[in-house]
Ligand binder design. Structure first.
Ligand code: EPU
Length: 424
């Protein structure tokens, strides 16, 4: 297994480029299942474990893919199987994204139920509710979702989500683009990743109105075409790099980002005392002498993202006072806190809120990654911990960050990737 060995105390400075967004790549790749002709060319796809796992799932279904220099080609012409097996689905929950497109194209789909999750319950009831509204019959047996149609096609409907869900919105839109008639989706997720999926579907020939808002209107069409598409950059990776710079008292520019997509996060950096400058597609952050404690509440877009919550907690361990970080999306997403406390932080958990008592001296030790963003928060803390921090099980980090240690080292960090045996 790999670990990252971080020697803390180096100030980050310089310029770095954001990678392509993981969470928009996944639904975009799934959406290629909707079209049985031609070859898609997708640019700016990050070279990540999660993308490889998802590609394996598509290949299992019969898709032909290539990947080189962050460009993926996909042809789903030969897709015959409609079964997403447990062995592949258990590796990543986003596999559920194949449900909507397979049902829409083939009228039937069999997808293993995703398993548990490291940070609390992550149900899929809203995905199933959306498919049922569109006319699918769903049964769950022996760990599999069986979705089918009584012949014919899905039919447009009104879907009102009681809770905003990125994944369920994505699945509903992908199913609705080939449904007969009009579908309206209320309380849709407006995250840039879903906006990107909708733009991709529109480029394929789908008729979608309200893109980027919480009310989507989709008029079904009978066929879509393969297209060439440029994926957006990863706003969460960009935010993570900015937090890494801010904790070290550094000054960096992240290129490639769309500042508007990071607005809520940038506002918090400013509150914390950082100077932020933006251009059309870059953000420059300059750290203050001492960080100001800054509360955040993670909620659906355009609010502060839950995927930046762990990194913000790490940052606030160096702020001059107490800050409160509340997660209204995942109430139990706090696995990083005991590990940050092992580095010397003083963080309490009160229900879905972390109370961070700042300015404690952090000192390096071995810490364990438990999920993607938790790992990122440990790396951020390791950058300022005295001595050496070893972040174990970095495969979690590798699921969602492309060459993170290479990027951080290019900014002045001292991080080595080493192999280790878990029980030596
Ligand atoms: N929810 C339900 N029922 C459902 C689906 C969701 O109750 O059927 C609830 C969830 O329990 C949660 C809330 O709705 O409380 C929002 O979950 P959502 O469905 O939006 O999450 P997701 O689509 O499974 C995506 C990202 C996550 C990110 C969340 C929230 C991908 C592949 N994953 O997950 O990203 O945290 O949206 O923004 O896009 C990550 O990148 O580290 C990550 C976990």
């Amino acid at each position: 297994m790999d670990k990252l060995v971080i020697r803390g105390g180096r100030r980050l400075s310089g310029t770095v480029a954001a990678s392509g967004s993981k969470n928009s790549s996944l639904p975009v790749i799934a959406a290629t299942l909707l079209c049985g002709n031609g070859t898609f060319v997708l640019h700016n796809i990050p070279d990540l474990q999660d993308i490889k796992t998802f590609t394996q799932l598509l290949q299992h279904l019969g898709a032909e893919t290539t990947f080189s220099d962050n460009t993926m080609t996909i042809s789903t012409e030969k897709v015959k199987s409609v079964q997403a097996p447990y062995e592949l689905v258990k590796k990543m929950r986003a596999s559920i994204y194949v449900l909507g497109p397979m049902l829409a194209r083939f009228g039937t789909a069999r997808v293993s139920l995703p398993g548990g999750c490291a940070f609390g319950p992550r149900p899929i009831d809203l995905h199933l509710m959306a498919m049922e509204k569109l006319g699918a019959r769903i049964t769950i047996e022996t760990g599999y979702i069986d979705a089918s149609m009584d012949g014919g096609k899905l039919r447009g409907a009104h879907i009102e989500f009681p809770v905003t869900s990125v994944g369920a919105t994505g699945n509903a839109v992908m199913a609705a683009v080939l449904a007969e008639g009009m579908t309206t989706i209320g309380n849709a997720a407006a995250e840039p990743e879903i906006e990107t999926l909708c733009r991709f579907l529109k480029a394929m020939g789908a008729n979608i109105k309200g893109i980027g808002t919480t009310e989507l209107k989709i008029k079904g069409t009978s066929s879509l075409e393969a297209v060439e598409f440029h994926n957006i950059f990863d706003r969460i990776e960009a935010g993570t790099l900015l937090a890494a710079a801010a904790i070290t008292g550094g000054e960096i520019t992240v290129n490639g980002v769309i500042p508007e997509q990071l607005k809520a996060v940038l506002k918090k950096f400013v509150h914390a005392g950082c100077t932020i400058e933006t251009s059309e597609n870059s953000v420059t952050l300059k750290s203050p002498e001492i960080l100001v404690p800054t509360d955040v509440v993670a909620k659906p877009y355009p609010s502060f993202p839950t995927d930046m919550q762990a990194q913000w907690i790490a940052l606030m361990t160096r702020a001059d006072g107490t800050s409160h970080i509340t997660d209204k999306i995942y109430h139990e997403r706090f696995n990083h806190i005991p590990e940050l406390n092992r580095l010397g932080a003083h963080i309490e958990i009160r229900k879905n809120q972390a109370v961070v008592h700042g300015l404690r001296k952090l000192s390096g030790t071995k810490v364990m990654s438990t999920d993607l963003r938790a790992s990122a928060s440990l790396v951020i803390a390791g950058l300022v911990a005295e001595g050496t921090t070893e972040v174990l099980r970095v495969y979690h980090l590798d699921r969602g960050y492309e060459k993170i240690e290479v990027k951080l080292n290019s900014l002045g960090a001292d991080i080595k990737r080493e192999q280790y045996k878990e029980f030596e």
